[in-house]
Design a protein around this ligand. Structure first.
Ligand SMILES: *[C@@H]1O[C@H](CO)[C@@H](O)[C@H](O)[C@H]1NC(C)=O
Ligand SMILES: *[C@@H]1O[C@H](CO)[C@@H](O)[C@H](O)[C@H]1NC(C)=O
Length: 469
């Protein structure tokens, strides 16, 4: 009898000891899981910023490309505060005809912004190819929701109402939409609406104290369509641009040191990571669908076409991806192992992002291309880069791709499934999606600009400081 209480004490101590030990190993193994070897696509320092967020929130690659119906505002969602956010943003209250008014939205008198807390009051963005440059719409909606109660979103950027407290000043002009829809000169007018809006924007910004303070250096201007901001871009060279590429910019106006590259919004449906066709389930070796361009870098498309058109496991056609084309491209890309991304009349195109969300390994033949978030994403882990000069050698490209065995391809495919959520635009924004990644990229760009400035001004600032009374 006397030994029983002793045994009880012993076994309950043993039990709690075991629980503590096993919890320790559980934590250890789960933290190791994401850090093993060089399998990680993201440097460790960024790990906490992105991988943790992505894993914890699990944005599905094509759960919703539009305004997510399942994420209706919910009660008791923890709100975002300026101290939590990595980017404090001041946004000009530009009149609606610069942004949502271009979508036909009309608020009440004196209402500048739609009420983004009620999903059915948010104006819809037009479909079709317009959507590829809709970044302006998603970023603006996200900022508006950052101070709207109970919209569940990631907390990387937040609106602040005092511009002196902001890291960046956001200019909410929907320049790509303005170019796509309002470039025509109507009747007897001399200028298109798109030109007039740009002139008004220049006038507006140059008159603002926020602009004068640093000559516009801390301003973020969206010009994703390569032809957007054609009139005004020359006046905004000091600001940070959000662009698709630098193809139509001179180096003084836009360059990789100060500007940020944002992905196109994909136009194909994309595929879920859980039912993405594997190596054997993709009968087509190489897929390309696009327009024939005769100018600039686009000549290479024709050269490749003549090299590859007679191969039977190659799909190479010229055609647009609008409407029925998008559906066909969707099926085509998810049935293919490799998707070509060949320079057109600009170095970038939505095709790369269509390939990524179809988990079709991109083959990038575009020497001047710039890629989103390339400072933290190693594209070579899920794409193949081929210099244009090599790709045009007879037999080179097909030999290269045919030589890639199942094992290597599958590694890239696994990586694609992992990174595809970084290219989804949606509202509300989720951790690790395109909106979130862009805010983080802007924040990193600000740090690197600050670094350059501090380094350059060491002696000058030091003198200034010492001479000050
Ligand atoms: C949301 O907007 C719709 C359409 O304007 C309206 O009918 C509905 O009552 C609004 N819901 C709330 C909760 O305000
Ligand atoms: C804005 O912020 C600055 C710096 O923090 C502060 O000095 C100023 O008083 C603020 N302005 C207003 C209107 O709150």
């Amino acid at each position: 009898m006397t030994s029983i209480p002793g045994k009880r004490v012993f076994s309950s101590r043993l039990l709690s000891f075991l629980i503590i030990i096993s919890m320790f190993f559980l934590l250890l193994s789960s933290s190791l899981l994401f850090r093993i070897g060089d399998n990680s696509l993201v440097p460790k320092s960024i790990y906490n910023l992105i991988v943790v967020a992505t894993v914890s929130n699990e944005p599905k690659s094509n759960s919703c490309n539009e305004i997510c119906p399942e994420s209706k505002p919910i009660k008791s969602f923890p709100s975002c505060t300026p101290n939590q956010a990595i980017l404090k943003v001041f946004m000009y209250d530009l009149p609606p005809h610069f942004h949502f008014g271009l979508l036909g939205w009309k608020g009440n008198q004196n209402q500048i912004w739609p009420n983004v807390g009620n999903f059915s009051e948010i104006p819809k963005y037009p479909g079709g190819l317009n959507l590829q440059h809709s970044i302006e719409y998603w970023l603006t909606l996200d900022l508006l929701s950052s101070t709207t109660q109970n919209v569940p979103r990631s907390c990387s950027a937040i609106l602040v109402h005092n511009s002196s407290q902001a890291d960046i000043i956001f200019v909410p002009f929907f320049s790509s939409l303005s170019y796509n829809r309002y470039s025509k000169i109507e009747g007897t007018e001399k200028l298109s609406t798109n030109d007039i809006l740009q002139e008004k924007l220049v006038e507006y910004l140059k008159g603002r104290d926020e602009w004068k303070r640093f000559g516009g250096k801390d301003h973020l201007i969206m010009a994703h369509h390569p032809n957007s901001m054609l009139v005004a871009r020359w006046k905004f060279g000091s600001a940070m641009f959000l662009l698709a590429d630098f193809g139509r910019y001179s180096n003084e106006i836009a360059n990789i040191d100060k500007d940020v590259i944002a992905p196109y919004k994909h136009v194909v449906r994309g595929v879920d990571a859980s039912n993405s066709p594997s190596f054997e389930e993709r009968p087509i070796l190489v897929y390309f669908q696009g327009a024939i361009y005769r100018k600039d870098g686009g000549v290479i498309r024709q050269e490749l076409y003549y090299l590859m058109k007679d191969e039977k496991d190659v799909h190479f056609t010229f055609g647009s991806a609008i409407g029925g084309g998008a559906r066909k491209a969707s099926t085509g890309m998810t049935s293919s192992k490799f998707c070509l991304n060949i320079a057109g009349d600009t170095p970038s195109s939505n095709r790369l992002f269509d390939a990524i969300v179809s988990h079709c390994v991109p083959v990038i033949i575009s020497d001047e291309i710039e890629l989103p978030y390339e400072d933290i994403l190693d594209y070579s882990k899920f794409s193949i880069f081929v210099p244009a000069s090599e790709a045009c050698k007879k037999g080179y490209l097909l030999n290269l791709l045919r030589g890639i065995q199942k094992e290597k391809w599958t590694k890239m495919w696994e990586n694609l499934k992992q990174i595809a959520p970084h290219f989804e635009y949606q509202y509300p924004s989720k951790n690790g999606d395109a909106v979130d990644m862009i805010w983080k990229a802007v924040s990193r760009k600000l740090s690197s600009l600050q670094y350059i400035t501090h380094r350059k001004n060491r002696y000058h600032r030091s003198k200034q400081f010492l001479n000050a009374r």
